[in-house]
Design a protein. Structure first.
Length: 308
């Protein structure tokens, strides 16, 4: 590992091997749902949840969903969770058995989650591989499920958040698309971002595009996040994006090869600021030189004072 510029990477967000982080805000805490890493062929069977008030001090809530214990149709390859809230219910979308997407529901962000009982998207339902779900909630409250490997898909979810009309699925192949499609909106601009290359490749990275619709057409805008080998940072990808409530500050969570000695099976988590520019684009993400601190209590107090 070359640290010749004297500026090594910030330590991993959470100790241990984790990947595919989904970062969200529920109430006065950040919640982080990752894939448990560290086994060859990504053989994890369960998901853990972590929470923090400030992105520095993290609480491990333990296993919140286990395939062998909580599903009738899946036992292994628990990957890429994403969680959304609606009307006090929390919906956990996840990959299982390599090419299926499931969903489970709870009354708390830390579970216990009750599984739908079958895949929401089953292997072979649509082109490409059914992996890497992500949830986008539009400004009007409409929820969209995104997923895919080799082919990207987006579909509006029904009000129950656990079903959709198959005829509403829009499929396409973004530039260099591999997996981990993500959708967010700021103002009138929709941002589609995704990972290209293989997660076992140090050139795994994030690319993005923009549109005026959640279904495109999309204008490719180039690479958003990539390796910095002089700092030991490699294979930066499979991200999620969240806005800090009451602000126009945004965060991007992602994984990289663990430092030192990481591989595509031994990855760790990082978070950096995501900056939108006045012309509707995104600044390229440069991995931070210091740990990111964003105290939700402070933001809430500022918002309350501003509203008086």
């Amino acid at each position: 590992m070359d640290h010749s510029n004297g500026d090594p990477a910030v330590p991993a967000l959470i100790e241990g091997y984790y990947a595919d982080p989904h970062l969200c805000v529920f109430g006065d805490r950040y919640f982080l749902y990752p894939t448990t890493d560290g086994s060859n062929e990504w053989g994890a069977t369960s998901f853990r949840a972590f929470s923090s008030p400030d992105l520095i001090e993290w609480t491990d809530h333990g296993v919140v969903f286990s395939l062998p214990e909580h599903t009738r149709w899946a036992e292994a390859h628990a990957w890429a969770p994403a969680v959304a809230e609606r009307d006090g219910r929390y919906y956990l979308y996840y990959t299982a058995e390599r090419e299926n997407i499931g969903v489970a529901v709870a009354s708390s962000p830390t579970g216990p989650f009750t599984d739908l009982g079958r895949p929401l998207v089953a292997e072979g339902d649509f082109p490409g591989r059914a992996i890497d779900p992500n949830i986008f909630i539009n400004d009007d409250g409409a929820a969209y499920l995104c997923w895919g490997n080799s082919v990207a898909h987006t579909v509006p979810l029904n009000e129950d958040m656990v079903s959709f009309n198959p005829s509403g699925v829009v499929s396409w192949i973004p530039t260099g698309f591999r997996e981990a499609v993500n959708l967010h909106r700021r103002g009138d601009v929709y941002y589609l971002s995704w990972s290209e290359n293989d997660t076992r490749d140090e050139d795994y990275r994030v690319r993005y595009a923009t549109s005026t619709s959640p279904f495109g057409p999309w204008t490719d805008r180039g690479v958003l996040l990539e390796k910095d080998p002089q700092r030991g940072i490699r294979a930066t990808g499979h991200h999620s994006i969240v806005r800090i409530p009451h602000t126009d500050e945004w965060l991007i969570a992602y994984h990289r090869f663990a430092i030192p000695g990481g591989t595509g099976y031994r990855r760790e988590l990082a978070i950096d600021p995501l900056v939108h520019t006045d012309d509707g684009l995104l600044q390229k993400v440069i991995p931070s030189r210091e740990p990111i601190v964003r105290d939700l209590a402070g933001y809430r107090t500022q918002s309350e004072n501003a509203s008086k």
